[in-house]
Every structure is written in structure tokens, then in C-alpha cells.
Design a protein around this ligand. Structure first.
Ligand code: TGC
Ligand code: FAD
Length: 409
């Protein structure tokens, strides 16, 4: 058994070897009863794939700080690239709860892998589907759905993170093409992306989306190294030096900051579900360990202090599951507001990071090793609580929504 042997001594040679994934998903409030048979099939397929193809390799990938490209076809197969994009464009044509469940299962494996799926689906396929032309949809979406092409999303800049309205990346109309200049920082998938959806200002200062393709002269994507978080996800820059972008690569059907923020609504919703997966994995690991680890003659699970941690974890996971499920219903009905999505992203990521920290303590010294997933989840969640709008920004969005007063500026 992985746990009992690991408990007694840390075996350096076994480290990084293939380990059985013993995950059992908690469902304290019998939420499965609220899911359709189709939801459960989709969720279970994603869960089985994560156990088979992600768990055995992810710790090694994170230790080496490499995105495991070998999992791209599997991600496509479980419907993680464009779950809700119509089938005619290569998507899976699923509802929003299915999308959420897939994100939950992937992030149970690793937030970095979920990041790759979030970016591909909500930040690349979504804007092409919603704001693009029929030609653009047909050209890009089927290849993105299979993972033949991978995408990235360039909004953040070195001097404009929480305040993307200030962006300086810009393009000029040169008659037969646009000339793009500027730089984006902290871009998931940038080092290997085939296409990038890039947000830039035109000569009037209006924000538009452009699809930039690898190979266009003046376009480069240097990788950002030395991350302690999201190590199994590749992060980098997008640099544009007089890049000639064909006019047909402009996404014509929406402009202004609302266009990228609309994509973020979809990605933030996926994160609200994904964070539950990371929390479930930490809770499940800590519960199993606490039942097996003997100190002072009994399992540490028998001590009140450890029970308090575990009982609070399952309570918070259950509350987060209910929040995500209801948000999914509202999304399916087209009634979810941006502020509701912000609340769920903020609450569920905060819930997950707190659970990761508590779970790590339950494992004592073993909790800091790569033998268990908890520390990796904990470090990953430091990015998740920052990207797609920071914890503070989402609080201010709720504040503005309930008071009518804008406290950003
Ligand atoms: P503000 O004046 O409030 O709004 C400008 C326009 O946008 C509209 N809008 C939205 N539209 C759709 N969805 C939303 N969530 C929207 N929020 C606002 C708004 O109605 C307005 O429209 P219009 O027609 O009147 O022009 O804008 P502001 O400049 O005051 O900023 C508001 C603020 C701070 C909330 C916004 O800028 C923000 O959310 N900042 C956070 C930035 C952020 O989240 N960046 C994420 C970058 S991408 C990323 O992190 C990917 S990580 C991927 C991964 O690896 O998983
Ligand atoms: P800042 O905006 O400088 O914020 C610093 C601190 O100030 C934060 O605590 C923030 O909450 C606080 N703050 C800012 N404004 C206010 C205010 N008005 N009131 C109170 N507090 C405030 N971006 C992309 O475009 N595409 C991607 O694919 C992408 N992937 C990412 C992957 C990783 C691993 C990371 C870490 C980031 C990624 N990002 C991406 C960027 C991410 O969205 C930004 O880091 C995030 O929006 C915050 O911007 P910032 O880092 O510049 O922080």
C-alpha cells in the first residue's frame, strides 16, 4: 500500500515512480442525486482518465517543471477542449454542469492541467466561437477541439494585470494588414501555443481581439522559468514586434473590455468547479492518512484536533459543491451574472487553498514531499487565487454589485 509504506519512511528511490491513485470522491450531501446519468458518465470518464493518465506522471512533470504534452490527446478525448462548444465546430456540445464536472476532475489531478484546458476552451475557443466569423470558427475550432492546435490568451501585460483597461499593446491599420506591437506577460500555454487570442487597442484606443499564429514574423513566446507554482503548466510571454496580422484574423463581433471579460466569465466558472477537485484530493488524502498514521498509540484521526480539521474540510467542500451546482443551473438557463461567477471563483479557490494548507499539516513531515499530491495542490492554488482576477478583485466585484459603489479606482 502506498500510504502505509510511505508513512514509515520516505523512500528516495520510490520517489517519482508510478504510484497507485487511491482517490475516492467525497459526496457528503449525496449530490450525485442531482446529476443526470449523462453528467455522471462524463464525470466518471474524466475521473478514470485522470487516474490512468495524469496521476502516474504529474508529480514528475511538476518536479521537472514541464507541461506533459503527452496528455493533450486524452484531454481532447474526455471533452475538455470546448465542452460546451457546438458539435458542428468539433466541440462536445455539453451543458455547463458537464463542463464544470470535467474541470473538477482534471483539477483533482493538477491545477496546471486544468489551466491548459481552461485556456483552450474558455479563453481561445470561446472568443473565436462568440466573437469570430463563420470562416474563423471553421478554420480554428475543429483543430483546437482535437488538440492538434493549442491556444493561449493574451490579456495581462507587465504594467497592467488587475487593470487590463490600461493595456498598451496596439495595432495600426496598414491598409492590407494590421501591424501589432506590444507584450503580454504571464501567459499560460504561450511557450508551445500554435495560436494566441491577443487583446490590443486600435488607433482609437478601442480593445479588439486578434488571432496571432506561430510563425508570423516578429512574434515570439519566451518561457517564464523558476515558478514554485503551476509547475506542470507552461507559462510565458507573448511579444509582438511589428507583427503583420492579416485583416481576416481580427475577431469582429465584439470589442471593448467586455469582450475579454466575457471569456473570463466562462473560465472563472470552470475554476469554481476545478478548485473543488483540488480540495477533494487534499481532503481524501488527509483522511486516509489520518486513519492510518499511529501516534501515541492510536490513529491521529481519533484526536479531536485532527477531526476538527477534517470535519471543517468536508463541510466547506460540500458548501462549495452546492454553490457550483446552483451556478451551473443558472449558467444553463443563461441567468448567471458575472458577479455571481466572481463569488464562486473567489469562495471556492479560497476554500481549496485553506484545505490544502490544513491537509498538509495532517500529513506532518510527509506532507511536504512529492510522495503526496497535497503540497503540489497547495502551491498550484497560489496561482489559481491570483489569476483570472485576484481574490481581492473578486471581493471588490461583489462589493460593487451589492453596494453600487466602485471601490477599484
Ligand atoms: P468596467 O468599466 O467595470 O467594465 C468594462 C466593460 O466590461 C464589461 N464587463 C464585463 N463584461 C463581461 N463579463 C464581465 N465579467 C465583465 N465585467 C465588466 C462592463 O460592463 C463594461 O462594458 P461597457 O460596454 O460598458 O464598456 O472595467 P474596469 O476597467 O473598471 O475593470 C473592472 C475589473 C477590475 C473588474 C476588471 O478589469 C477585471 O476583472 N480585472 C481582473 C483582470 C483579470 O481577471 N485578468 C485575467 C487575465 S487572464 C488569466 O488570468 C488567465 S489564467 C488562465 C489559466 O491558466 O487558467
Ligand atoms: P496586480 O494587478 O499588480 O495586483 C497586485 C496586488 O494588488 C494583488 O493582490 C491585487 O489584488 C491588488 N490590487 C490590484 N488592484 C487593486 C485594487 N483596485 N484594489 C485593491 N487591491 C488591488 N494572464 C493572461 O492574460 N493570460 C493567461 O493565460 C494568464 N495565465 C497566468 C498564469 C499564471 C501562473 C499566473 C500567475 C498568472 C496568469 N495570468 C494570465 C495573469 C493573471 O491574470 C494576473 O497575474 C492577475 O490578473 C493579477 O495581475 P498582476 O499579477 O499584475 O497583479
Amino acid at each position: 500500500m502506498r500510504y502505509s509504506s510511505a508513512i514509515t519512511k520516505f523512500d528516495d528511490q520510490k520517489f517519482n515512480q508510478m504510484k497507485p491513485d487511491l482517490f475516492e470522491a467525497p459526496d457528503y450531501y449525496l449530490l450525485d442525486d442531482l446529476l443526470t446519468e449523462e453528467h455522471k458518465l462524463i464525470r466518471d470518464a474524466a475521473r478514470a482518465w485522470v487516474k490512468r493518465d495524469v496521476s502516474p506522471i504529474i508529480e514528475d512533470a511538476a518536479q521537472k517543471a514541464e507541461f506533459p504534452k503527452s496528455i493533450i490527446p486524452g484531454l481532447a478525448e474526455i471533452g475538455a477542449f470546448g465542452p460546451y462548444i457546438p458539435v458542428e465546430y468539433g466541440g462536445a456540445g455539453l451543458d455547463q454542469i458537464s463542463y464544470g464536472l470535467i474541470m473538477q476532475e482534471i483539477e483533482r489531478g493538477d491545477s496546471g492541467v486544468r489551466s491548459t484546458a481552461s485556456v483552450q476552451s474558455s479563453l481561445v475557443m470561446y472568443p473565436i466561437w462568440k466573437y469570430g466569423t463563420e470562416e474563423q470558427r471553421n478554420k480554428y475550432l475543429p483543430k483546437l477541439a482535437t488538440g492538434e492546435w493549442m491556444g493561449s490568451f493574451g490579456l495581462t501585460e507587465p504594467d497592467f494585470g488587475s487593470n487590463p483597461a490600461g493595456m498598451v499593446t496596439n495595432y495600426k491599420d496598414m491598409g492590407d494588414h494590421y501591424l501589432l506591437n506590444g507584450a503580454k506577460l504571464w501567459i499560460s500555454n504561450s511557450p508551445f501555443c500554435d495560436v494566441a487570442v491577443v487583446w490590443a487597442k486600435n488607433e482609437e484606443g478601442r480593445i479588439h481581439g486578434l488571432v496571432v499564429e506561430r510563425g508570423m514574423e516578429g512574434f515570439s513566446t519566451p518561457e517564464t522559468h523558476n515558478k514554485w507554482s503551476l509547475r506542470a503548466s507552461a507559462t510565458g510571454e507573448l511579444i509582438f514586434q511589428d507583427v503583420k496580422v492579416p485583416k481576416e484574423n481580427l475577431l469582429p463581433n465584439k470589442s471593448g473590455l467586455g469582450a475579454p471579460l466575457g471569456c473570463l466569465d466562462s473560465a472563472r466558472y470552470g475554476i469554481a468547479w476545478g478548485a473543488i477537485g483540488a480540495a477533494m484530493d487534499c481532503y481524501d488524502t488527509a483522511l486516509r492518512y489520518a486513519k492510518e498514521r499511529i501516534q501515541f498509540g492510536k490513529p491521529i484521526a481519533a484526536f479531536q484536533l485532527q477531526q476538527k480539521k477534517l470535519a471543517e474540510m468536508i463541510t466547506e467542500i460540500t458548501k462549495a459543491q452546492l454553490l457550483a451546482f446552483r451556478l451551473g443551473q443558472l449558467k444553463n438557463e443563461g441567468r448567471a451574472t458575472s458577479a455571481q461567477i466572481s463569488m464562486a471563483k473567489r469562495n471556492n479557490v479560497d476554500m481549496a487553498i485553506k484545505i490544502a494548507r490544513e491537509a498538509r499539516q495532517i500529513l506532518g513531515g510527509m506532507g511536504i514531499t512529492g510522495e503526496y499530491s497535497i503540497m503540489r495542490h497547495m502551491m498550484n492554488l497560489e496561482s489559481v487565487i491570483t489569476y483570472e482576477g485576484t481574490h481581492d478583485i473578486h471581493l471588490l466585484i461583489t462589493g460593487l454589485d451589492i453596494t453600487g459603489h466602485n471601490a477599484f479606482k
